[in-house]
Design a protein around this ligand. Structure first.
Ligand code: ADE
Length: 341
């Protein structure tokens, strides 16, 4: 069965693959950049960043020489900023090497590169015969085998499906095969709407007539509800922001509105004074649903804190903020402008 499925998948991919910029050049640097950007991020989100990044940092050497602030600025809005720092570090490491490794195990020694990214980079660039196994591939293989096991998380499911992924792998064109599997998961074998009528793997799929959308079965993850009250401190010219320090893995170096606690106050204290937030925003990060009420603070004295920075209003565009905070701040300032008219 494996050879039939493999060739059917390959035919389908040849005819149906999306024209994605990183597919035009299967060379190392563009592949590495795309794989870092695509970690936990959809293709449509990555597209506007990818071309700009390659123009500004066309190779490992240019990226290695860039300042961290410049690198983060180009990543602004893509989220999970540790990826940008890890990619920057990787460029510095690779630029010093005489021989670039070709083995996925060696690639996994670099920070920020797990089994999936190492497999994608080495199979696409060097045709190393290793299968990529991520959520998309797990979904396809779980349906193909009509596996109703309840996996406790992705890691467990990944372990279970790696042997099958390896057995299906095309050893002549492993990179193209891996990309075909990614493409199938992203376009046909989707979570909610599998399109089995046109699927190249339907000929061997055990779940195609039996609710494929119900697979894979997973333990429902609890969504963590969090509230972070934020301070809006705006003077004539400047807005007060908090720069996350290295202790924050996710946001280190990124600016956001400060939490009330950083300014020695709390929502309780402000409520007691009869105040209420002028705006409340929500965002989702991994399994957290975060509510962020924003409170206007006036006439406060800001204690000396190296992590609190005043940014000129006209410099906000060039400051590196998290995506949601950038949008919210723009929205508030625009509304402010309209109300002044
Ligand atoms: N997701 C992760 N890597 C990818 C790639 N190379 N093409 C499309 N989607 C991806």
């Amino acid at each position: 069965m494996a050879p039939k499925l493999r060739s059917s998948l390959s035919e389908w991919f040849k005819k149906n693959k999306r024209d994605l910029p990183w597919r035009r050049l299967a060379s190392l640097y563009p592949t590495v950049v795309s794989e870092f950007m695509l970690q936990q991020t959809q293709v449509k989100t990555v597209l506007p960043y990818y071309d700009k990044w390659l123009k500004r940092f066309p190779d490992f050497q240019t990226l290695a020489k860039a300042k961290e602030a410049t690198v983060l600025k180009h990543w602004e809005g893509l989220g999970y900023y540790s990826r940008a720092r890890n990619l920057h570090q990787l460029a510095k490491d690779i630029s010093k090497l005489e021989n670039i490794p070709k083995d996925p195990e060696d690639w996994q020694q670099f920070k920020g590169i797990g089994a999936y990214t190492a497999a994608a980079i080495t199979s696409i660039t060097y045709k190393h015969p290793v299968a990529c196994v991520d959520g998309n591939v797990i979904r396809i293989l779980c349906r193909l085998t009509a596996d109703h096991t309840i996996y406790k998380d992705n890691t467990q499911a990944m372990k279970a499906f790696t042997p099958l992924a390896d057995a299906l792998l095309d050893h002549v064109e492993p990179g193209t095969h891996n990309e075909a599997m990614m493409e199938l998961g992203a376009t046909l074998c989707t979570k909610a709407n599998p399109q089995c009528q046109v699927c190249p793997l339907a000929l061997g799929c055990l779940a195609k007539d039996d609710k494929p959308e119900s697979l894979p079965k997973k333990v429902a993850k609890k969504v963590k509800l969090e509230t972070i009250d934020r301070a809006w401190v705006l003077t004539d010219k400047q807005l007060l922001l908090h720069k996350a320090n290295d202790a924050s893995r996710r946001l280190s170096g990124i600016l956001e509105l400060p939490a009330l606690e950083m300014l020695g106050t709390s929502n309780r204290a402000l409520k007691k004074q009869g105040q209420s937030p002028f705006l409340t925003k929500k965002r989702g990060i991994s399994n957290s649903q975060i509510t962020e009420p924003i409170w206007q603070l006036t006439g406060i004295s800001v204690a000396d804190n190296p992590d609190l920075v005043w940014i000129d209003r006209d410099q906000l565009d060039s400051a590196t903020l998290s995506g949601p905070h950038k949008r919210w701040i723009q929205e508030i300032l625009q509304k402010d402008q309209l109300e002044l008219l």
